[in-house]
Design a protein around this ligand. Structure first.
Ligand code: SAM
Length: 280
């Protein structure tokens, strides 16, 4: 049966290049090109955009991104075994795919990209959260990317979009939602991947807001939320003791009961507290 791009089906690519999945590299491949095209579409209109893809593997999502019209794709892959398969894709889409061999935590992808830039990836589970935190904490805001469309384990995806009072609410939700709109746009069962992981997965789409939803100092917000959620079941007057003796009065000054717990407090109130502590 033909494929969307005339290249061989992914099962054949994997067989030809002997790409036996390595667990330590988080290799769970997507082999259905209709599904990878759907993930690419969930990133919005790609025409006129450069796309950064981390971990292309045998190239299923890469092919989806190119077929859906991405101007250029920069694919950063750590596993050299994937290069021949990726070079075949590059040949089928002349001038539109650049492959960088390296660790996404170390390479300077920005040097290879031209705005507008979108990030789309089926992330390796072992570095996914760290990459997300880096993308959400750039030295300047707005960041170089306009959106992130990322596959995570479902539990991590739920932490990113969580609201107060839920079990998943914590620092990741606050960091993500402070300067982004974040939503789960697709969930996938283990069988969608080869080999099948133990858990369900979900695609999260984040768009960068031009400025933070509520003003406050980023470092202060990070400090307060780290302390508050480190002991998430404790009352804030006790978990935030380290902020100084005046913390109880500052909590009250912004309308937070000192007996409340971190998981009950909205992003807006955390930002108000960060401003009050900063001013004090
Ligand atoms: N995008 C492919 C797909 O959807 O079928 C593969 C996704 S697989 C979950 C993760 C990919 O990330 C693997 O190809 C793996 O080799 C690669 N990878 C793992 N750690 C990496 C790192 N630190 N930097 C770049 N790529 C990495």
């Amino acid at each position: 049966m033909g494929t969307i791009d005339g290249l061989p089906p992914l099962r054949e690519v994997i067989r030809t290049h002997d790409l036996v999945a390595k667990r330590q590299l988080g290799q769970n491949f997507l082999l259905d090109l209709n599904l990878t095209a759907k993930i690419a579409r969930s990133a919005g209109d790609l025409s006129g955009c450069d796309v950064l893809e981390v971990g292309p593997g045998p190239g299923g999502l890469t092919r989806g991104l190119l077929a859906e019209g991405a101007r250029r794709v920069l694919a950063v892959e750590k596993d050299a075994r994937c290069l021949p398969a990726l070079h075949e894709i590059a040949a089928a889409y002349p001038g539109r795919l650049e492959v960088l061999l390296g660790d996404a935590l170390e390479v300077d992808a920005l040097a290879h990209l031209t705005p507008p830039i979108k990030v789309v990836a089926n992330l390796p589970y072992n570095v996914g959260t760290e990459l997300l935190i880096r993308w959400l904490s750039p030295p300047v805001w707005p960041p170089y990317w306009s959106s992130l469309t990322l596959m995570f384990q479902k539990e991590v995806a739920e932490r990113i979009v969580a609201k107060p009072k839920g079990d998943h609410y914590g620092r990741l939700a606050l960091l993500a939602q402070w300067r982004c709109n974040a939503a789960i746009v697709m969930t996938l069962p283990p069988e969608a991947f080869t080999p099948a992981p133990k858990v369900h997965s979900a695609v999260v789409h984040l768009t960068a807001l031009p400025e933070p939803r509520f003003p406050c100092d980023f470092g202060m917000l990070q400090r307060i939320t780290a302390m508050a959620f480190n002991q998430r079941r404790k009352m804030l007057r006790s978990s935030l003791k380290g902020m100084g003796p005046g913390i109880e009065a500052l909590l009250e000054s912004v309308g937070i009961p000192p007996t409340a717990r971190a998981e009950e407090i909205s992003l807006e109130l955390f930002c108000a507290l960060a401003r009050a502590v900063h001013a004090a």
